[in-house]
Design a protein around this ligand. Structure first.
Ligand SMILES: Cc1ncc(COP(=O)(O)O)c(C=O)c1O
Length: 371
């Protein structure tokens, strides 16, 4: 089996630690353990026994995660190493060569890459910029049929920060139900809505929904490497079979911390911090885009840690980001990785001064070198 390069991740792995202004990060500035835990929780952490634990996740952690999804219990949850492993297990346990998968693009692209690698027939539906980067349900109806095994959507969306209206969520569920297909949603950015209330999970709306989530993005704890899948018990059990072949278990230390983090009050406290950082930064970015509106425009994100900017300069997006990196020590993600040239993805989860200074340097480069 050959897998295509995951350019989105590869570019970041190669360069994000080599620049002064890394604006390619897709999450919120992370917590330290000291900032996150109370002194008594920190002391309790020192007593955590470093055994293997449960291969599908500590029971009390699975129960706590299940409580975030009304009507679900521990059998509907598997704990994984990051949401990346959750996405991987989903593909490996539920899709087979020749299956048809409908993917909404642009998105994080991990599932698309794995699905193609194992010989799944991938069909794409575009999120439309003119609809605030959401799908036109007629486009979906044209592509989905009873031959489709699964639809997959990243919601809130990476890279655009778009959110679906409740009507569109219900519309997707109706199409899935009519055709009896799985509806997978990567909801790792859920909870980081900038203006609106947190939407329901697709797991709350559809019996054949499978949801990927975790602590890395809205919850600002990527270093814990904790993610999960939530879905029907049989499908979750099938993903556990694959987990025995991947990482066996998650870290006991991370599970201890995760159990604290997913308690509703703590989760809300963390989300409030994330939203404060993201709102402040979105204000910085919006003011900058307005000032540079001859060069940049965007549909402001409604949730999540990034914005997707359109630019008018006559330069390819990959060339642009490499020149910015080499000549100004700024790191961005090119629209090319999503198959959308003339866009750049910019993280809005960093400290505001960092973003502000990076943006000024970016505008300076464009005005002096590309005009
Ligand atoms: C939408 C989405 N899903 C999953 C992941 C993987 O995240 P992690 O494994 O850190 O939870 C990412 C990382 O950028 C992402 O943006």
């Amino acid at each position: 089996m050959k897998i295509e390069e995951f350019t989105l991740e590869r570019i970041q792995s190669l360069y994000e630690n080599t620049v002064e202004y890394n604006l390619s990060d897709s999450g919120v500035h992370p917590y330290s353990l000291r900032e996150l835990l109370t002194p008594s929780e920190q002391r309790a952490l020192l007593d955590v026994e470093l055994g293997y634990g449960w291969t599908n996740g500590k029971v009390s952690l699975r129960e706590a995660i299940a409580r975030l999804y009304p009507g679900r219990d521990a059998d509907n949850v598997i704990v994984t190493n990051g949401s990346a492993e959750a996405n991987f297990l989903l593909v490996m346990s539920l899709l087979e060569p020749g299956d048809e998968l409908v993917v909404f693009v642009p998105n994080y692209l991990q599932i698309l890459g794995w699905a193609r690698a194992i010989g799944v027939n991938v069909k794409q539906v575009l999120l439309r910029e003119e609809l605030g980067w959401t799908p036109d349900l007629d486009d979906v109806r044209k592509v989905v049929s009873t031959k489709t095994k699964m639809m997959t959507i990243c919601h809130p969306n990476n890279p655009t920060g778009s959110l679906l209206s409740r009507e569109t969520m219900d519309g997707l569920v109706a199409i899935a139900r009519e055709n009896d297909v799985y509806l997978h949603a990567d909801e790792v950015y859920k909870g980081a809505e900038l203006e609106s209330q947190e939407p329901p999970s697709f797991a709350d709306l559809y019996e054949k929904a499978i949801v990927t989530s975790g602590l890395s993005k809205a919850l600002a704890l990527p270093g814990l490497r904790i993610g999960w899948l939530v879905g029907p018990a049989a499908e979750i059990y099938a993903s556990w079979q694959s987990k025995d072949y991947t990482s066996i278990t998650t870290s006991a230390v991370s599970e201890f911390v995760a159990e604290i983090v997913v308690q509703p009050a703590k989760r809300q406290e963390i989300l409030a911090r994330s939203k404060r950082i993201l709102r402040e930064n979105l204000a910085v970015l919006s003011a900058w885009v307005e000032k540079n509106s001859d060069l940049f425009s965007f549909v402001p994100p409604k949730a999540g840690g990034m914005a997707f900017l359109r630019y008018s300069m006559d330069i390819n997006s990959t060339t642009l980001i490499h020149r910015l990196r080499e000549e100004r020590s700024i790191m961005l993600l090119p629209g090319d990785v999503y198959g959308l040239d003339k866009y750049i993805r910019i993280g809005i989860g960093a400290p505001a001064e960092h973003l502000q200074a990076g943006l000024e340097r970016l505008a300076g480069f464009v005005r002096s070198e590309l005009r």
